[in-house]
Design a protein around this ligand. Structure first.
Ligand code: ADP
Ligand code: MG
Length: 746
């Protein structure tokens, strides 16, 4: 059987076409839109109709909402919740606004005393000077000037709403929202709380904050009478849940803080329940089968390796995890295990020893790595460690040449190859295993739970699966994301490691940094210099890297310093060659993009310099840092950034300097991102589509939802009865991990 056909038979989504939930929704809503507005007015399920029919939206904005926010339908729009609220009844005197309020939104009432233009062309800006009885402020716009200059009238009084900043003690607001006082006073205030919606730059310029508020009002007016509540009455009363329509109404237009809190609790509960229903159903289905391969023997290979070839004693944590895997593979159930271990904790060894176990029991094993470099490295390490053993290890990647490819394919099909290591080339159709019993997936950040679970659902004899990740996941999140996985943790680093020292510098310290690198290189150590690579701005990033590379070559000249470079756009052979040079200490400095983020192991490297560190996420920074500190020497991580940093970036960099603990960082990361940050939610939420619940912050509610899901499934495992059937949609919406895509990885 080929791994690919195994994956696909299990419904494992392998390409974008098959994953496309978004596509599916697009089609669904095209269909609905085709029926037109007339239908909309009469149809029961207005929540399913296109958002373009909401007054104030229309075709163009609908396309934007779709593209930028994944909002297709009226229901989607109503599920686009505010991430925070501001009190629009509160108006501050200018002298009460101080630096502690920077970065929150405030409102004040002031008269325009004058306007000014500065700069030219693209750098043009427009300022309005305003004052009230207590002080003055400057309002500044950098774009949309044509429009704003028309709406600002000297001598008139406005309500100014925006984010305060201070320059030499002077209050200033960039791009504030202005509203004429008369109009503002007419605004129906209700509780005075106004939702602020997660948005993107494009949406903000098309709609503005206020615009979002307006179309939300219109959507609510359309739908308010037609929001069915899927929650059975018994569950609702048992867990004290507000009716759905009331919750939707209050989350957008809170009647009071107390009602808002109840509304949020209800909506979070729905999401978490949906996820729990999905993962628990998967789990019970898996456990209802007893079709796992059995690995009862601890045989020659394992014993030989353990007894004679281990290059170092295993840590207690490594031993424990190997034991857990052994226990899993003699039960008759198929193993589905997530192995979490911080960078450098020695997961590869666990992978190898558990693969030996499989081979000892007559099965083939394979190990999939996310990048070519990493696959080659695993192949080299494992071949070296098992040299001379009666064990046949082969490699297969996208870059394998004909001979290597043929060797791997034939060996795997005939059963001659015991362990196959590779990239996602392993799941191509032509890779046919004769007897695959065990699969290890390394560093698989994006592996969705549903796909993982589906590895087994449709097949009689699925292989055991070990997924290894160095992105530590807080327990609560693991429970949500990986409800169907058993989790092992390596919570111990091999002995003798010294904590990495981390520092944050700006460009002003560049000379000092270079001096430090020279010192380290003089001591015989090696250095990584990493540049960010973010898809949207690829060419720009390459320019950064190229400029950086050139200046490093200039400042670190041959023959004293040997510099090499490695990035995603290079040919695989070239990448490999450059990694080899670095590995074998033929190069002192490796300039790279985040290609090296995962897995690369060069114990002699002691300095990791991360350029534009503010552009990386916390877990990425931590991963990168994990490339050093692998030998016995003191290692350093230097975070370089510009002077101007957002509050979040500053907090991220500070956290990196304060701790080496990946779990703490991961937890903090989730908190920092919050629910309002679109990119953040896409990252942490990509596999389970949570809009309002945050499994870390809402840990308690998660437990409650888990319990509710257990009760519901005990009463009606298939959600068949009239009472529970409506929950199916909730389950489908939050079915975790449906966006996995191999092509995104390497
Ligand atoms: P990761 O968990 O990040 O994949 P690796 O498996 O690459 O970590 O291991 C990191 C380094 O630690 C490697 O150089 C490996 O040889 C070494 N190592 C692993 N286990 C031990 C151990 N028990 N004692 C000492 N060194 C170890
Ligand atoms: Mg690794």
């Amino acid at each position: 059987m080929s791994l690919r056909s195994a994956f696909t038979t299990f419904g494992f989504a392998l390409d974008r076409r098959r994953l496309g939930i978004a596509k599916f929704r697009k089609l669904r809503f095209r269909f609905v839109s085709a029926l037109g507005f007339h239908y909309l007015c009469t149809m029961a399920d207005i929540l399913e109709s296109s958002v373009k029919y909401v007054p104030g939206v229309g075709e163009a904005r609908a396309r934007l909402l779709e593209k930028e926010l994944g909002v297709f339908t009226v229901g989607d729009l109503l599920r686009h919740y505010p991430f925070r609220y501001i009190d629009r009844t509160k108006i501050y005197p200018i002298d009460r606004i101080d630096e502690s309020m920077a970065s929150s939104l405030v409102q004040f009432r002031a008269r325009v005393t004058g306007v000014a233009y500065a700069g030219e062309g693209r750098r043009q800006r427009f300022s309005a000077f305003v004052s009230d009885a207590t002080g003055s402020a400057e309002l500044t716009w950098f774009h949309g000037i044509k429009w704003i200059e028309k709406s600002v009238e000297v001598g008139r009084e406005y309500i100014v709403f925006g984010r305060p900043s201070f320059y030499r003690g002077q209050l200033s607001v960039i791009h504030p929202e202005l509203e004429m006082v008369e109009k503002a006073l007419n605004r129906t205030a209700r509780s005075g709380m106004q939702g602020i919606y997660p948005s993107t730059e494009k949406i903000a310029s098309a709609l503005g904050t206020k615009g979002f508020y307006r179309i939300m009002c219109n959507a609510w007016t359309l739908a308010r009478e037609r929001i069915p509540d899927p929650m059975p009455a018994a569950v609702r009363s048992r867990y004290d849940l507000m009716p759905l329509a009331e919750a939707v109404g209050n989350v957008h237009f809170p009647q009071s803080p107390a009602l808002l809190a109840r509304a949020q609790r209800r909506l979070k509960f729905d999401e978490l329940l949906g996820v729990q229903l999905s993962v628990q159903a998967q789990r019970s289905e898996r456990l209802s089968r007893r079709n796992g391969f059995l690995f009862p023997r601890v045989g020659e290979l394992f014993n030989d390796f353990f007894g004679h070839r281990l290059p170092f004693p295993l840590t207690e944590a490594q031993k424990r995890v190997i034991r857990e895997i052994r226990q899993d593979t003699v039960t008759g159930f198929q193993m589905n295990r997530l192995l979490q271990g911080d960078v450098g904790s020695g997961k590869t060894m666990v992978a190898l020893m558990s693969m030996l176990l499989a081979v000892d029991n007559g099965f083939q094993a394979c190990m999939m790595a996310p990048t070519e470099i990493l696959a080659r490295q695993h192949f080299a390490t494992i071949s070296r460690m098992t040299q001379g053993m009666p064990l046949h290890v082969a490699i297969l990647t996208g870059a394998s040449k004909t001979a290597e490819r043929r060797h791997a394919l034939e060996g795997i099909a005939s059963g001659e190859v015991d362990i196959l290591i590779g990239t996602h080339a392993l799941i191509e159709d032509n890779v046919r295993f004769s007897n695959l019993g065990y699969v290890v997936i390394d560093e698989q950040h994006r592996f969705g739970v549903e796909q993982r679970a589906r590895l087994w659902t449709k097949n009689n004899r699925p292989p055991h699966i070990l997924v290894m990740t160095a992105t530590p996941i807080p327990r609560t999140l693991a429970m949500t994301l990986y409800g169907d996985l058993d989790v092992s943790v390596i919570d111990e680093l091999p002995p003798g490691r010294r904590p990495i020292k981390t520092y944050h510098y700006t460009d002003a310290a560049r000379l000092k940094l270079w001096g430090f690198l020279r010192q380290q290189i003089a001591l015989g150590r090696q250095v990584y210099v990493v540049y960010p690579l973010i898809k949207e701005s690829e060419s720009m990033d390459y320019k950064d890297l190229e400029d950086g590379f050139e200046s490093i070559i200039r400042d670190f000249p041959l023959p004293q310093y040997r510099v090499t470079v490695c990035h995603g756009k290079m040919k695989p052979q070239d990448k490999e060659e450059s990694m080899r040079q670095f590995k074998e200490h033929e190069a002192d400095i490796l300039v790279a993009t985040s290609v090296i983020e995962v897995g690369v192991d060069v114990p002699n490297a002691t300095v990791m310099v991360i350029e534009s560190a503010e552009r990386f996420g916390l877990s990425q920074l931590h991963q990168l840092r994990g490339r050093v500190g692998r030998g016995g020497e003191q290692s350093y991580c230097i975070l370089m950034s510009g002077d101007k940093l957002s509050r979040e970036s500053r907090a991220r960099l500070r956290a990196m300097c304060e701790t080496n603990d990946g779990f703490r960082l991961a937890e903090l990361d989730l908190r920092l991102r919050g629910a309002g940050d679109i990119n953040g939610t896409q990252q942490s939420g990509e596999s389970f589509d949570l809009k309002i619940a945050n499994p870390t912050l809402d840990a308690e509610l998660l437990q409650t939802a888990r319990q509710a899901a257990e009760e519901i499934l005990a009463a009606d495992p298939q959600l068949e009865s009239a009472e529970y059937r409506p929950l199916r949609e909730l389950r489908a919406r939050h079915a975790a991990g449906r966006k996995f895509d191999f092509s995104m990885i390497s």
